[in-house]
Design a protein around this ligand. Structure first.
Ligand code: BG6
Length: 665
């Protein structure tokens, strides 16, 4: 039975990875059962592993091979990403897994490991190839790699030897330099695979394919045509059980210095000379080297940070403040949100701001990259209704969860006049490709087995990324935050992030989606196509508790929707007339008439708001005049504005309303 499952002769077919032993250090941890083993199972299911592939799981805990296999067999049912679980494939994989109990601090444990590896190699003919996967806390990286070296595991005279290192690679610039020094003293750079799981994402890999296999965009890809770039990685989850790790990390180390800088380098790098690993890695490293290193005053001006407070997540459940999470200091100043503006000092990107933001416990999970082009000159549209509707083209890479690429551009609205409207074209991965859901680790593990380092970070890139982050870490450490916590869990993040970009006259890529808008009573009767159009028109803004949103007597030109939070309406004496909550809206009259505001509205708590400006509103009305009817209804019922439609709306819309009234009477 066993010999049938594990043939000693080589069975390498095209596309399969090299025969090898994969030694997982720290194998009893979460990463192994949640991601590594399910990924290996997926590779096995797709026929990408040879029969001469064996796993040695090493950890300190008291398992035997049998009990470890049993535990994984239970876990795989929970963590597999495939719907059609195949017991035979699993059995054949798990039967090739051996547990090696050992203390990774202890050099003698490596002698026992060597004996086990020799035994397995001669039984399974793994050709002397060994992959050492360090699924341990980062503090152990140096110890393990040094012990492996002393046990002679780095020698490549009989088969390849590679080590895979999980993030975080270092805690700061100094520790990353030290770790690289330790590693490179024992191993060659080509033997080291520093993982960044974002590079395992198809949508991230596709950035290169998109840029360099399509001619149309490349000539536009520079300061000549691009106004700015935004990278957003928002998460719905908080730190959960990872408080102890996160306290030492914060979002800058956890997400920005690695995952976001990787995506930034893909978006902005020069074309590589080939798709070979080093050709790509040279260009990525060159790009990051060109990122301007911030001086302390730049850090103060161009970055902002936040920490989540108690709040409600999207499902309505109460979420604790970061400072109340397990293993978190109740006075912690660790940032769970950060936003910043960077510049790349090279020929292509000179003067183009790159905005980055990421945070935990925000209202939705979204990773997106926005390329905003410069606005077209409006010369030829002057004296036409289109003149005030010129909008910039936007290209959006939707990395996750709704994977796709979207191009937003202007189109002429059908009709006798020249007027423009923003429309979009969108490619959805799910519509064009059938792919089986995976863990994201499959391609990374597979590449380590075939020796392709393209998706792994070279030492120079990691160090350069730390060089960019270090002044931010230092300046933040020297200037502790005064107002933490400063955003509610489940919200859009701190107001300061919105101010950071608004000061440049720009705004974050709209975070809103149709579901959010459909919660607003005013929009409930409206069609999805209307909501999609509105989505591209609304501007997200955040107000802090106590801020005045509108002031009595000021001329209003926009209306507000409360996505989250509470605001209160005040009369001339400053007395509260009404409290407004999620889904409420106000100021709608300003869309119809530019009149002085009749009350002041003040944020009672931090508020996430959507703003609809008069110009955007009028543009949308031309396509969706039925919306004018809803607004008119509110104007009459709530504000007793009895002015005829002709005074409130453009002629076409007024005509629509008249015809509608006629049809209903
Ligand atoms: C990890 C971070 O690297 O990436 C986590 O340590 C974060 O804090 C995770 O939640 C996000 O990954 P993804 O693939 O869900 O975007």
């Amino acid at each position: 039975m066993t010999t049938e499952l594990f043939p000693a002769e080589l069975s390498v077919t095209e596309g399969t990875a090299d025969p090898c032993i994969m030694v997982i250090f720290g194998a009893s941890g979460d990463l192994t059962r949640r991601l590594l083993i399910p990924a290996l199972y997926n590779l096995a299911s797709d026929g990408l592993l040879t029969d001469n592939f064996v796993i040695v799981a090493m950890a300190r805990r008291d398992y035997t091979t049998g009990s470890f296999r049993d535990m994984l067999s239970k876990n795989i049912k929970q963590f597999t990403t495939r719907n059609d679980f195949d017991q035979n494939t699993w059995q054949s994989l798990v039967q090739r897994l051996y547990y090696q109990r050992g203390n990774i601090d202890d050099p003698t444990a490596y002698n026992a490991l060597a004996d086990e590896i020799n035994r397995i190699d001669s039984r399974y003919n793994t050709r002397g190839n060994i992959l050492f996967y360090l699924a341990t806390p980062p503090a152990m990286f140096g110890v393990i790699t040094t012990n492996l070296y002393h046990a002679g595991f780095n020698k490549t005279d009989s088969g390849w030897k590679r080590i895979v290192i999980e993030k975080p690679f270092g805690h700061d610039l100094q520790s990353a330099l030290t770790l690289n020094r330790e590693l490179l003293a024992c191993w060659d750079e080509e033997q080291i695979y520093r993982i960044d799981h974002y590079l395992g994402k198809e949508t991230v890999q596709n950035i290169l394919a998109f840029r360099f296999s399509n001619r149309i965009f490349e000539p536009l890809w520079s300061r000549n045509f691009i106004d700015h770039i935004q990278l957003t990685v928002t998460e719905r989850v908080g730190v959960g059980t990872r408080g102890a790790y996160y306290e030492q990390s914060g979002v800058l180390r956890d997400m920005i210095q690695n995952h976001m800088f990787q995506m930034l380098s893909y978006i902005c790098m020069e074309p590589p000379t080939s798709f070979k690993a080093d050709a790509i890695r040279h260009e990525k490293a060159k790009l990051l080297e060109a990122v301007r290193i911030m001086q302390p005053e730049d850090v103060i001006r161009n970055t902002t940070r936040g920490q989540y407070d108690i709040g409600r997540s999207a499902d309505g459940s109460l979420t604790p403040a970061y400072r109340e999470e397990v293993n978190v200091n109740p006075a912690s100043v660790t940032e769970t949100f950060a936003a910043m503006k960077l510049y790349i000092d090279n020929w292509r990107w000179e003067g183009v701001p790159i905005y980055l933001r990421s945070g935990k416990n925000l209202w939705k999970k979204d990773t997106a990259i926005l390329i905003q082009f410069k606005c077209a000159p409006d010369i030829i549209f002057r004296d036409t209704p289109a003149a005030d509707h010129m909008e910039a083209n936007q290209l959006v890479f939707h990395i996750q969860p709704d994977e796709g690429i979207e191009l937003r551009f202007q189109a002429k609205r059908p009709g006798p006049t020249v007027s423009l409207q923003k429309v979009n074209m969108r490619f959805n991965y799910g519509d064009s490709f059938k792919s089986t859901p995976g863990t994201g680790y499959e391609v990374l593990i597979y590449d380590t087995m075939i020796g392709d380092t393209s998706l792994f970070s070279r030492s120079d890139l990691v160090e350069t990324a730390w060089r960019i982050a270090q002044p931010v870490l230092d300046t933040w450490a020297a200037n502790p935050p005064e107002h933490f916590p400063n955003y509610a869990a489940g919200s859009w993040g701190p107001k300061s992030a919105f101010d950071l970009i608004a000061e440049d006259g720009r705004k974050w890529l709209e975070l809103v989606n149709c579901d959010t808008l459909a919660k607003v009573p005013l929009f409930q009767p409206c069609r999805t196509v209307f909501l999609s159009s509105l989505m591209m028109t609304l501007k997200p803004v955040v107000y802090a508790a106590g801020d005045n949103i509108v002031i009595m007597g000021d001329i209003g030109r926009e209306m507000y929707f409360i996505n989250r939070g509470e605001a209160e309406t005040l009369d001339a004496n400053g007395d509260v007339i009404r409290t407004l909550q999620d889904g409420d809206f106000f100021g709608e009259i300003a869309l119809l008439l530019s009149r002085p505001r009749t009350a002041t509205v003040r944020a009672k708590s931090d508020c996430d708001m959507l703003v609809l400006e008069q110009t955007g509103f009028r543009r949308i009305l031309r396509d969706f005049p039925e919306f004018a009817h809803s607004v008119l209804q509110v104007a009459r019922d709530r504000y007793q504005i009895m002015a005829p439609a002709e005074e409130l709306f453009d002629a076409d819309v007024a005509r629509y309303l008249k015809d509608r009234d006629a049809a209903f009477t």
